[in-house]
Design a binder for this molecule. Structure first.
Ligand SMILES: [Zn+2]
Ligand SMILES: [Zn+2]
Length: 343
């Protein structure tokens, strides 16, 4: 069988190629990919920032939804045609984190669409253990958000957001907005800090208090709204130095700060403030199966995650879609229509 696939070929070059698709191997499932989202990691790859890991010929994509097209040997409990998403992690299964139920922290974790061929292709063979069944009635396009929503679910879990806590999300990009939605669902009173007016407007429409840190002093605003206390939980989802400066300033004493944004360069951190306020800095990486299941449940309950989708593009327009995400400030989340809903 033949199918089309999107290859990253180094330095902002994407190529659509026809590939020969093998039947699924033992314990594998073949998926007809319906939709594939483009995320911040994909943009880092596109800009050549991850070439050491990715190489210069890789099928990208890891946020997807689709339907089962074929089953390999030994696969049980799954049916052709079933709507599914894939948890795009390939842990080794042997190391200490793997043996203690922390696949996401595997010492040699491989990620589909980064270290292994990803989901921006029409027919994709994946291990059956990575497949999650979707409930009937959930729009397949919206289900492409399960992966980033699972990231947000893990972030909120790691930060231990409790009902009634004041939560500050720094950065209202796709992940920041999803974290805000999940944190509110957990009972947090959520404020979003964002400079981009398009993103700020969406955050407001979603019902969050929004502060533009270029127009107001973020820490002072948060303190003012919390009787001088500060935020019980801060999510750093901006990925920039200003966000790192603000997170320690805006946190309450014993505040918990969850690092969500990627900081590839060595950033500055106010460790004096960490001591003086007894702050807790919490890392959060990827997700486990339970986070995928929770994300699916939240979508089914109508958490409104689909509001972050700003564009749907045909597979043939993938190059333009990436350029737009880099240049158009109104873009938040773009979905590539691979085979579409009627796969
Ligand atoms: Zn992603
Ligand atoms: Zn491992």
């Amino acid at each position: 069988m033949r199918g089309e696939a999107v290859y990253y070929c180094g330095n902002r070059s994407l190529r659509i190629e026809a590939v020969t698709v093998q039947p699924p191997g033992p314990d594998e499932v073949q998926i007809s990919v319906g939709f594939c989202g483009i995320c911040g990691t994909d943009l880092l790859i596109y800009r050549g920032r991850m070439d050491e890991r990715v190489g210069k010929r890789r099928i990208i994509g890891h946020e997807m939804s689709g339907r089962i097209a074929a089953l390999g040997e030994r696969v049980e409990g799954m049916a052709v045609g079933a709507p599914v998403v894939v948890r795009p992690l390939a842990p080794c299964g042997q190391c200490h984190p793997c043996r203690t139920g922390k696949n996401r922290l595997c010492h040699s974790l491989k990620v589909f669409g980064v270290d292994l061929e990803g989901s921006m292709q029409q027919l994709w063979n994946v291990p059956a253990r990575a497949v999650h069944r979707l409930p009937d009635g959930l729009a397949l396009a919206h289900a492409a958000l399960v992966e980033p929503l699972a990231v947000a679910v893990r972030d909120v879990r790691r930060a231990r957001v409790a009902p009634g806590e004041d939560v500050l999300v720094i950065g209202g990009g796709p992940i920041g907005l999803l974290v805000a939605l999940v944190a509110r669902k957990a009972g947090g009173a959520v404020t979003v800090s964002e400079v981009n007016p398009h993103r700020a407007q969406l955050a407001e429409e979603l019902g969050f208090r929004v502060i533009n840190p270029r127009r107001a002093n973020l820490a002072a605003e948060v303190a003012g709204a919390t009787h001088g206390k500060g935020a019980d939980v801060v999510f750093e989802a901006s990925g920039n130095q200003a966000g790192l400066d603000a997170m320690t300033e805006a946190a309450a004493v014993n505040g918990r700060i969850c690092i969500v944004g990627m900081h590839l360069d060595s950033p500055r951190l106010d460790l004096h403030r960490v001591i003086m306020r007894e702050l807790e800095i919490i890392g959060s990486r990827a997700y486990e199966a339970e986070d995928f299941e929770r994300a699916i449940e939240l979508l089914r309950e109508g958490i409104a995650a689909e509001r972050i989708i700003t564009e749907m593009r045909r597979l043939g327009d993938v190059g333009e879609a990436f350029r737009d995400l880099c240049e158009n400030p109104a873009s938040i989340k773009t979905l590539i229509v691979v085979n579409g809903a009627s796969t």
